[in-house]
Design a protein around this ligand. Structure first.
Ligand code: KG4
Ligand code: ZN
Length: 337
């Protein structure tokens, strides 16, 4: 009999469902919520309502694309947290009801760990993957962590952001310049034509392996405001240089922490996960550092970097194999780490 898992993700502003058959990804559907763009960030109540509208059609589409009837499902995996509570509740209630109605195991997945499992999604394409144990830099709009990954079920967080996430630093910096949400991809694009040394931003002096982006963000916003006061139109005129300087400051901090983590935990491979893993500057500079210091660098394909349900199904697969089932009254948790 085939092992068929449905994955469901609803922690932030993406409603997603994926189907995995015998460990192979068969479908991966993501409905993004455009509604937030005009507010300059995710509005939690609007996110919950959009999840409610999207969840049934998204799950139906994932099943249809995979050619699977719901009666054939062997387990349902969902994001337990961290995330927005109202958003998480939609996925959790749906998954719980489905598990109960179909009498199949319920698998409660940690969203941040699932981002790391994105490295191992088998979609039929050959690509290099990190070997255990490895260091993972998990950088998204909601989380920034350094994680020592010993196996799919054994992960240790060795460093976390003390304030903003790396993606937030990109997004808030972009917002200060008048760019639309999410600003990360735009900063990436404009940075390519800019001078990263044009504006000097602080290097966060945080002990150990923890990260912090609020200093960079505050200095950047102050720079934009000062520039606009002195020379209206500054943010537009200096757009590329501002983006390049912001991106370089964020990457400098990330790379300094990766170097330090590898000194304390000498592993051979470094993985990157989360939406910011799409950043071309980070890809380029971390790959360079790996070549220089002799460690392997791994980025999942872009579709698995940003929020998706394939990673939830992949993480769920390991919970299922270990018989780690969740009770049907499992509640979502907005904060886990
Ligand atoms: O993983 P994700 O989809 O959602 C969370 O779990 O938070 O990450 C979204 C974040 C946003 O902050 C977005 O601006 C950022 O990833 N992002 C990027 C790029 N693409 C997405 N940041 C920098 N450069 C990019 N190319
Ligand atoms: Zn995420």
């Amino acid at each position: 009999m085939h092992q068929i898992i449905l994955g469901i993700e609803s922690s932030c502003d993406e409603t997603a469902a994926a189907v995995m058959v015998d460990g192979k990804l068969r479908s991966n559907v993501v409905a993004s919520q455009e509604i937030h763009a005009k507010w300059g960030g995710v509005v939690p109540e609007l996110a919950s309502r959009a999840h409610q509208e999207h969840i049934v059609p998204v799950v139906q589409e994932a099943l249809a694309l995979a050619g699977v009837r719901k009666e054939e499902l062997g387990a349902v995996a969902f994001t337990r947290g961290p995330g927005l509570i109202g958003a998480l509740l939609v996925g959790a209630c749906f998954a719980r009801s489905m598990a109960q109605a179909l009498r199949i195991p319920l698998l409660a997945v940690d969203h941040v760990q699932a981002h790391i499992m994105a490295h191992f999604i088998d979609d039929g394409e050959e690509r290099p993957r990190p070997s255990f144990p490895f260091l993972n830099l998990t950088v998204s709009g909601g989380h920034s962590q350094l994680v020592l990954v010993r196996s799919a079920l054994d992960m240790e967080v060795i460093g976390s952001t003390l304030d903003d996430a790396a993606g937030e630093a990109f997004d808030k910096g972009a917002k200060a310049m008048g760019l639309p949400y999410p600003g990360g991809p735009l900063v990436d694009r404009y940075a390519q034509a800019g001078d990263p040394h044009r504006f000097i931003l602080p290097k966060p002096a945080i002990e150990g392996l923890d990260l912090s982006f609020s200093g960079i963000k505050a200095a950047f916003v102050a720079q934009v405001e000062r520039g606009e006061r002195e020379r209206p139109g500054f943010a537009q005129a200096e757009r590329d240089n501002l983006c390049a300087s912001l991106q370089a400051a964020i990457i400098d901090h990330l790379l300094a922490k990766v170097k330090r983590a590898l000194k304390e935990h000498p592993v051979r491979d470094v993985g990157v996960a989360g939406g910011v893993a799409a950043n071309s500057g980070l890809r380029h500079r971390l790959t360079q550092l790996g070549a220089q210091l002799g460690f392997g660098v791994f980025f999942p394909p872009f579709a698995y970097c940003t929020d998706n349900a394939a990673m939830i199904a992949e993480a769920g697969r390991h919970l299922l194999a270990a018989n780690r089932f969740a009770p049907l009254d499992t509640v979502p948790v907005p904060r886990i780490h």
